[in-house]
Design a protein around this ligand. Structure first.
Ligand code: KG4
Ligand code: ZN
Length: 334
């Protein structure tokens, strides 16, 4: 069975085809990031327009030699995300579903991030712990089975990626700050600045990053000559604070649940220093840590097509389809 997946929840226009026997057989992703970088963040109106402009080309690239008529069902990200951006993917999915006369399946974007490791690593079995760290979300989730997700802890203020992006801005780095912070941090001393590790000792698994960001702000304000070495030291010290908090929380979540497998997903999972630090927990905690392929850390359609293939029973009529800015994981069907 072939499932075509469509992802347009933020600033990536992506389409992929998942074949139940062969896995992903076609995929294409177009990132709008350069356009938004000029404004220092994603501009929702521009995102919607650009999805409109690019989606047909992305479909053609994803299909390659695959015959569109061989598609058995169409899955699309129905939320959470930017409403205008989601609407483009939804309308496109509705059109395809109608033209091909195949089922239409709404997919939760977060479930895509949480479940896609099963597609990438067949040896993984639920239950496992997933650390989902992106520009919009920071959460530690106990993935019990498909549709059954317990959020063990989450950020109540900034998401990790958001904190990286804001600190990037303070250091005069381009948007999005995450990859640039990681780059300059390689030349910095992670012990140069003693930034706070918010909630590291709290007895729950919740997270908070706005205080850390504010601490960087005050530090930067007091520096007269913010030269490249100082920037590198601040970046390295900030990154280390984030890594320390996330490592500790992963440790606590494993101790609490007894899970033996941990997956790090979302855009921030591309951070090599974070990957290395969490990998080191393997021996200490006797767990196995998995990372998505770099191309599947950030937003992509392969995860939507894959979850679509698992959720054939959730098909809806074109009239019943909708998009939602918010769609909490605990509202998913099992
Ligand atoms: O998952 P994603 O592509 O989009 C959503 O937010 O849904 O994540 C983007 C976020 C941005 O905040 C970006 O700065 C961050 O992931 N990011 C990184 C790195 N690469 C991307 N943060 C830290 N280190 C990186 N190498
Ligand atoms: Zn995402």
């Amino acid at each position: 069975m072939k499932t075509l997946g469509i992802e347009t929840s933020c600033d990536e226009t992506a389409i992929a085809v998942y074949d139940s026997e062969r896995g992903i057989i076609g995929e294409s992703i177009y990132s709008q990031i350069k356009m938004h970088a000029e404004y220092g963040g994603v501009v929702p109106e521009l995102a919607s327009r650009d999805h409109c402009l690019k989606i047909i080309t992305v479909l053609e690239e994803a299909l390659g030699d695959i015959d569109l008529n061989s598609i058995d069902q169409v899955a699309y990200t129905s939320g959470p995300g930017l409403l205008g951006a989601l609407l483009i993917g939804e309308s496109f999915a509705q059109g395809l579903s109608m033209a091909l006369d195949v089922p239409l399946i709404p997919i939760n974007h977060l479930e895509g991030h949480l479940m896609s490791p099963v597609m990438e690593f067949p040896e993984i079995n639920v239950p496992y712990i997933s650390l989902l760290v992106s520009g919009g979300h920071s959460m530690i989730v106990d993935v019990k089975e498909r549709g059954d997700y317990e959020i063990l802890g989450q950020s109540h203020d900034d998401a990790v990626g958001e904190a990286f992006d804001k600190v990037g801005k303070l250091l005069g780095l381009p948007y999005p700050g995450g990859p640039f912070i990681e780059k300059i941090a390689r030349d910095g001393n992670p012990k140069a600045y003693d930034f706070p590790r918010p909630m590291i000792h709290s007895d729950n698994l919740d997270l908070s990053f706005s205080g850390l960001k504010t601490s960087v702000l005050y530090t930067v304000r007091n520096i007269v000559d913010l030269n490249d070495q100082i920037k590198a030291d601040i970046a390295a010290s900030f990154q280390q604070a984030v890594i320390d908090v996330l490592s500790k929380k992963i440790q606590k979540s494993v101790e609490l649940t007894g899970r033996e497998e941990v997956i790090i997903a979302g855009g921030v999972a591309a951070n090599k220093a974070l990957r290395d630090a969490i990998k080191k927990l393997e021996n200490i905690l006797n767990i196995k840590v998995y990372y998505p392929h770099m191309k599947y850390c950030g937003d992509n359609a392969a995860m939507i097509a894959f979850v679509g293939s698992l959720r054939s029973d959730d098909k809806i009529s074109i009239e019943a389809s909708s998009v939602r800015a918010r769609w909490p994981l605990n509202e998913l069907s099992k």
